[in-house]
Ligand binder design. Structure first.
Ligand SMILES: C[S@@+](CC[C@H](N)C(=O)[O-])C[C@H]1O[C@@H](n2cnc3c(N)ncnc32)[C@H](O)[C@@H]1O
Length: 292
């Protein structure tokens, strides 16, 4: 047997997860961050955790489960676990029809309401912001709507994620053209500086966004977020089970000012999750509003 062949066999053997190891790790992950991995996605856990086992020189997933609970490095490992189990797919101007409704209807309404009250402040929360494309897109849309007047507004976009790695990357604000695949050319020219093959977010946009690590499973984290006029939580609750969805949506409800808006992903729904929000149907998007 060639050494390469024997290595493949031994690696293949050591990286298999048993049913009970899968259940233990799945329940642990769910308890820590609310991400629920269904039985038919066992392979996903196996694939994504394989490198962690190798790095820590652990012989099986049972040892990894033990490490996460009792080792002195468990805190650091939990952070690594969050990085590998989250799906961070995102892009600038993701789902243009929904953003059009945000720009032309939702933002217009919130700005008008603020003006009526003689206020010029806006608080937006991007929960599950990944590498920053979503909150920076919102900053661009705000700039497009408020134009020269923007400097006189007090604006803060709070952008949170569970993964420290994606937040580091978001803070840098440097992107490849792949992240800009659905972004209008004139927007790219206006809000980015070219940096070799990459694109760097302009500092006036960066100033509008505050990144921070938050676990949506942790009620104490949720309570610390400043109250918002609009909450974006797109393509995040799709990874949660119904209990966790209910908990998170109810936290958004409490966080929003009366009359505030919740915007979730295009493929997500509050059906059977919450009756407290009023769904408003627009062409290409359903937006949820808290009663005024
Ligand atoms: C698919 S991305 C969505 C990014 C962006 N909102 C969008 O729609 O393009 C989902 C993000 O949710 C984050 N996430 C998952 N569970 C979380 C939790 N319990 N607390 C905070 N963020 C979480 C992941 O780390 C990931 O970056």
């Amino acid at each position: 047997m060639s050494s390469l062949f024997s290595k493949t066999i031994s690696l293949g053997k050591e990286l298999k997860i048993s049913d009970s190891e899968f259940r233990d790790l799945r329940d642990f992950i769910y308890a820590q961050c609310g991400i629920y991995i269904a039985d038919n996605r066992k392979y996903l856990l196996e694939n994504r955790l394989a490198n962690r086992l190798k790095k820590l020189s652990l012989k099986d997933f049972g040892e990894y489960y033990y490490y996460l609970q009792y080792d002195s490095g468990k805190g650091q490992e939990l952070s690594k676990l969050f990085e590998v189990i989250t799906t961070n797919e995102t892009s600038f101007y993701r789902n243009p029809p929904q953003l059009k409704v945000f720009q032309e209807n939702i933002l217009a309404d919130v700005i008008q309401e603020q003006r009526k009250k003689g206020l010029k402040s806006l608080r937006i929360w991007s929960a599950g912001c990944s590498t920053g494309e979503e909150p920076y897109t919102l900053a661009m849309i705000l700039s497009e709507v408020l134009k020269g007047e923007i400097a006189s507004w007090d604006i803060k976009i709070t952008a949170n994620d569970l993964s420290a790695r994606v937040l580091d990357s978001a803070r840098k604000g440097v992107y490849s053209d792949y992240s800009l695949r659905t972004t209008p050319k004139e927007i790219v020219q206006k809000y980015f500086d070219e940096d070799g093959k990459n694109f760097r977010i302009k500092s006036e946009l960066k100033r509008m966004v505050s990144f921070g690590q938050i676990n949506l499973k942790d009620k104490s984290h949720l309570k610390r977020v400043e109250r918002s006029d609009i909450v974006f939580c797109r393509n995040v609750i799709i990874y949660f089970d119904d209990d966790m969805k209910k908990q998170v949506i109810s936290a958004f409800y409490d966080n929003l000012h009366p009359g505030g808006y919740l915007i979730i992903g295009h493929s997500e729904s509050l059906h059977n999750i919450s009756r407290t929000f009023k769904p408003i149907h627009y062409p290409g998007a359903i937006i949820y509003q808290k009663e005024a």
